[in-house]
Design a protein around this ligand. Structure first.
Ligand code: CDP
Ligand code: CDP
Length: 222
């Protein structure tokens, strides 16, 4: 049965996946991290050593199975939750996700996944393309220095000491590619609420979004 749909979009490091996962946990909803799906496709393409610049290389998607099990993502029944965070995947995912064929395949899967129960889905085109009928749409932002600082701290925790200027550069390049591609670029939906998280803690953002969903539920009795 179709339930409440919460769409969260925004640029890299704005907090989408962290915030969406926490909201899903608090409300006992399903969380779908669509970025993880594009990353899983990129990982498989790299492993198959196909030509990443050729759209027809991605035909392997016809026989590829991608699915979630709670917060783990599987491709062809292999748990790739860790593997999709590699530098190789991060550096190529914007190229892979720019192909209309790849997007069509994943958007279909995402739309299907949204048909059951209450969901929070995060990505770049959720409010505009995947769930244009979402009950609440949020567009998370934060200035680029803050987003880079967040990534930098994550990297340090993982034992990767990359200079902050390189982290900023990587984020700017990926945002630029994601915002300027022809097929469903990163864009705020007209009816999305912008939330600047530069000076907000994770808990504050979670609370604000839950308040928005509560208001909507009370108004429409969803
Ligand atoms: O690193 P970060 O968490 O910001 O990115 P992600 O959410 O894991 O997404 C990785 C990449 O997948 C993005 O940079 C986009 O190129 C692509 N993506 C997309 O095109 N559309 C989506 N709905 C989600 C991600
Ligand atoms: O998915 P996206 O790339 O938008 O961001 P994320 O991976 O959820 O968050 C990037 C990092 O920023 C994580 O380490 C979060 O814990 C942190 N974060 C934060 O410090 N303050 C916020 N308001 C949101 C996220």
């Amino acid at each position: 049965m179709s339930g409440f749909k919460l769409a969260i979009d925004g640029p890299a490091g704005s907090g989408k996946s962290t915030i969406s996962a926490l909201i899903a946990k608090k409300l006992n909803w399903t969380h779908i991290d669509t970025g993880a799906m594009y990353r899983a496709v990129t990982l498989k393409a790299l492993e198959l050593k196909v030509d990443l610049n050729d759209e027809s290389s991605y035909r392997f998607l016809e026989t590829t199975n991608i699915h979630y099990d709670f917060d783990r993502i599987f491709i062809d029944d292999r748990d790739v939750t860790q593997a999709i965070r590699s530098e190789g995947v991060t550096n190529n995912v914007s190229l892979v996700s720019s192909f209309p064929y790849v997007r069509r395949k994943l958007v279909d899967l995402q739309k299907q996944a949204a048909n059951y129960g209450n969901i929070v889905m995060d990505g770049r085109d959720i409010g505009t393309v995947v769930l244009p009928d979402a009950n609440v749409k949020v567009f998370l932002t934060a200035n680029v220095e803050e987003r880079a600082k967040r990534r930098y701290k994550e990297n340090i925790k993982k034992g990767k000491d990359q200079h902050i200027s390189k982290v900023i550069e990587d984020i700017v390049v990926r945002d630029q590619k994601d915002s300027t591609r022809k097929e469903s670029p990163l864009r705020k939906a007209d009816d999305a609420i912008i939330m600047d998280t530069t000076y907000l803690t994770i808990d504050e953002v979670v609370e604000k979004i839950i308040e928005l969903t509560d208001k909507k539920e009370n108004k429409h009795g969803v």
